[in-house]
Design a protein around this ligand. Structure first.
Ligand code: PA5
Length: 361
């Protein structure tokens, strides 16, 4: 066993590398999902089925919207648009429903989306642990799923996702039925013991992935549905491991990015593909041919397979694997997986400027 693998199996080294105990938040993720599956926005959202759903959020709080949209795309008669930014798109009008997610409740872009929704008279659901979003929601009588605080937003995916599923069900949009929600929770419960720090590297998929990636630049690609999670892996690696990562989706990347996978630069990259066992044959074929074409040039290749039958379970199982992989990458790179000092400083400075411009309350 090499020294990196030993480090990931050494409880003292893990405690030193993770002074804020992010591992506990990740190990608790199945409990979070079970609790979140019982959360409902209060009061219940209005019952009319909307023609459009806009999931407004930033960073970790947008990830629930991505999973929602990926699940919804397959079965809903209406689109779910994930909106990352200020205000709302013009299409958000009339009977559209806005799901405003901000774990902290203080994110300027999401507050601005809520203000726009209120101005336009749109139905809104808020998902938050407090802050200005909770206050805004109370002021305007917006149905709110109130989440427990104390986590980093990106580690609160269960809390951000499941109440949104319930909110959509309440307005007649069944992104995932009760059995699929139950399956998704069971799958992460089963997966957790296989990924926690106590499970040795030789038998821990997340540790093995982090070791395989090592110092290389990870490039994560998913298929038409798992692509939403590929992006989540990228952002988890950026925030937890403070490292660059790329992500993309097949088949689109076959039409552009594939040309960049050439020696010698490709040897500095690690290709990670997020797969499903029953992919449509054209997608399975594309993954296989892509590997034939670029696998030798890449510094390494890893395939990760979704668990479960339902879409929700599959996406959540891959997202959970990505969370742990980014966690172990953080330990290998000697950075604290919890803190995000640049992100915090940027929010602080932009907040000060916005307040002095009279943009914020
Ligand atoms: O995970 C993180 O810490 C960030 O990506 C945040 O989610 C992002 O900055 C938005 O903050 P919030 O989720 O509190 O709205």
């Amino acid at each position: 066993m090499n020294s990196d693998a030993k480090r990931l199996d050494d409880p003292a080294a893990i405690t030193r590398g993770d002074p804020h105990d992010a591992r506990q938040a990740l190990a608790d993720f199945p409990r979070q999902c079970r609790a979140a599956a019982g959360l409902r926005p209060e009061p219940a959202p209005r019952a009319e089925r909307p023609p459009l759903v806009v999931a407004a959020g930033m960073g970790g709080s947008a990830a629930g919207g991505d999973v929602l949209a990926a699940c919804g795309a397959e079965r809903l008669p209406v689109p779910i648009v994930v909106h990352r930014g200020y205000g709302l798109p013009p299409a958000a009008s009339g009977r559209a429903l806005v799901i405003a997610s901000s774990y902290s409740g203080g994110t300027a872009e999401v507050l601005s989306a809520v203000d726009t929704a209120v101005e336009r008279g749109l139905a809104v659901v808020a998902i938050t642990s407090g802050g200005a979003l909770r206050e805004r929601a109370a002021r305007h009588g917006i149905p709110t799923a109130l989440l427990p605080g104390g986590l980093m937003p990106r580690m609160a995916l269960g809390y951000l996702l499941f109440p949104a599923v319930a909110a959509l069900r309440a307005v007649g949009l069944d992104v995932a039925g009760e059995p699929e929600v139950a399956e998704a929770v069971s799958i992460v419960e089963e997966l957790a013991p296989a990924l926690v720090p106590e499970r040795p590297a030789g038998d821990n998929e997340a540790k093995r992935l982090a070791l395989a990636i090592g110092d290389r630049l990870p490039a994560i690609y998913g298929g038409p549905t798992t692509g939403a999670v590929a992006y989540r892996w990228k952002t988890d690696i950026e925030e937890n491991a403070k490292a660059f990562a790329l992500s993309g989706v097949l088949p689109e990347m076959n039409h552009n990015t594939i040309e960049a996978w050439r020696a010698p630069r490709a040897s500095e990259m690690h290709l990670v593909v997020l797969r499903e066992h029953d992919e449509p044959p054209p997608i399975a074929r594309r993954f296989a041919v892509m590997r034939e074409l670029v696998g030798d040039a890449a510094g390494g290749v890893s395939e990760c397979w979704a668990r479960g039958r339902g879409r929700l379970a599959r996406l959540l199982s891959l997202a959970y694997l990505g969370q742990w992989t980014s966690y172990y990458l953080a330990l290998l790179r000697g950075v604290d997986p919890w803190t995000v000092p640049l992100l915090d400083e940027l929010k602080r400075r932009v907040g000060i400027e916005a307040a002095s411009d009279g943009v914020l309350d």
